[in-house]
Ligand binder design. Structure first.
Ligand SMILES: *Cc1c(COP(=O)(O)O)cnc(C)c1O
Length: 397
């Protein structure tokens, strides 16, 4: 087999010809749609499914996602404005993240977006701004849980952290924001990212429900809403397995059915970024030079870590491992050589694939780096060395 890579049913070369240049990010929204439908089918029907847009804030994708997801979770005023422009309903948006400035708090209150409060100080500033505006703020408390998501690629809780309010302080803060007249929306408990062990996620969700119930009892108030976080991972590397979402959904359905009475009228949500969009994206970059050095073959491309930092192993990973990579014009062809695929930046960090088995690629051939749909374009230092950002296109939106 010596076929060309198809993305969204179109040959990679045709997509590049239409876009006019490499490097290029291509996202296939049909993949997102299929994943979303699978998630919907697997999860309990009463669970709201939110998109955490920092995973991929490309506006055509956010527009398509706004029509699909039950809510959008943002982490800055820029994301909030973009989501609203893309058609997301502010009533179903939440805004998390430390260091929210007064202008961001004010804009969120004005738009009716729920603020996930990260600290007592932030809550106090929100309440003061609310009084000055004469408009009720929608406030949830982000809780720093006393547990962490096991095997998570990036742990966000269970230790000293900038994220959320330590659980012993939560009940008093809930009472305070209710006493001051804010619209208390409940809890946000996010404890990690990129977990591939369904049992770890099941355990985390059960612990999250138990913690929310305990805090509600302490506060003497039932939370209208509980955001259970996310953490659903995707397999990037050899031997990793896709997450068994049917198992997670069944366990969560059981846990919700058996939930403590204080959560009887609570609405529930999860917020996913990477799991929804990571697999829909391909980064296409052209071979500019092919060279040998001390017996090793290097394919030097017109792309690099300034677009795909994560594939270079410099975004949230301890040990560098290769993302799946192919020669787009010889997709499925047997490997003929071992080559190292590098970018065009003047740093040895700029490696897209280290000593990978590939069919032979020559100058002009296109390399495809998969798993580029999440934390790619927007999580890479595109100003570094002045090459500028890569164009992005959405197919099937
Ligand atoms: C980043 C983030 C997410 C999304 O994480 P993924 O690993 O992309 O699913 C969800 N919620 C919060 C609060 C986040 O900070």
């Amino acid at each position: 087999m010596n076929d060309e890579l198809l993305i969204g049913g179109q040959p990679a070369s045709a997509i590049i010809a239409a876009a006019g240049e490499t490097p290029l990010f291509v996202y296939d929204f049909q993949i997102v749609r299929a994943r979303f439908a699978a998630l919907r089918a697997a999860m309990p029907p009463e669970l709201s499914l939110h998109y955490a847009m920092k995973a991929n804030p490309f506006s055509p994708l956010v527009t398509a996602m706004s029509a699909l997801a039950d809510g959008i979770d943002v982490a800055s005023i820029g994301e909030m404005r973009l989501a609203i422009q893309c058609g997301a309903d502010p009533a179903h948006m939440s805004f998390a993240g430390p260091g929210k400035r007064d202008a961001e708090l004010e804009a969120a209150i004005a738009a009716g977006v729920t603020l996930n409060c990260e600290s007592a100080g932030e809550a106090a500033r929100t309440l003061a701004i609310m009084q000055r505006m004469g408009r009720r703020a929608k406030m949830a408390i982000r809780v720093n849980p006393d547990f962490e998501l096991k095997g998570s690629g990036m742990r966000m809780g269970g230790r000293a952290t900038a994220f959320g309010v330590d659980s012993p302080q939560v009940a008093a803060l809930v009472r305070q924001i209710m006493a001051e007249g804010a619209d208390w929306r409940g809890f946000h408990i996010y404890s990690g990212s990129q977990a591939l062990d369904p049992d770890a996620i099941i355990e985390m969700q059960a612990a999250t429900l138990a913690l929310a119930a305990r805090l509600a009892d302490e506060a003497g108030a039932s939370p209208p809403h509980l955001n259970l976080g996310g953490g659903f991972g995707i397999p990037y590397f050899a031997k990793e397995q896709p997450l068994d979402i049917a198992r997670i959904g069944a366990a969560l359905g059981g846990a919700l059915a058996a939930r403590p009475a204080v959560l009887a009228d609570t609405g529930f949500a999860i917020e996913l970024g990477r799991w929804l969009v990571g697999e829909c994206g391909v980064y296409l970059t052209r071979v500019i030079d092919r060279k040998q050095s001390q017996g090793e073959t290097f394919l030097v491309t017109d792309g690099g870590l300034h677009h795909q930092l994560a594939a270079s192993g410099n975004f949230g990973t301890v040990v560098r491992r290769n993302y799946p990579i192919a020669v787009a014009s010889r997709f499925g062809a047997p490997a003929e050589e071992t080559a190292t695929v590098v970018g065009c930046l003047c740093t040895p960090l700029d490696k897209l694939g280290d000593q990978i088995a590939l069919p032979r690629a020559d100058v002009g051939d296109v390399i495809a780096v998969f798993m580029a749909g999440a934390y790619g374009a927007s999580a890479s230092p595109s100003a570094f060395l002045g090459h500028g950002p890569a164009p992005e296109i959405l197919l099937g939106g």
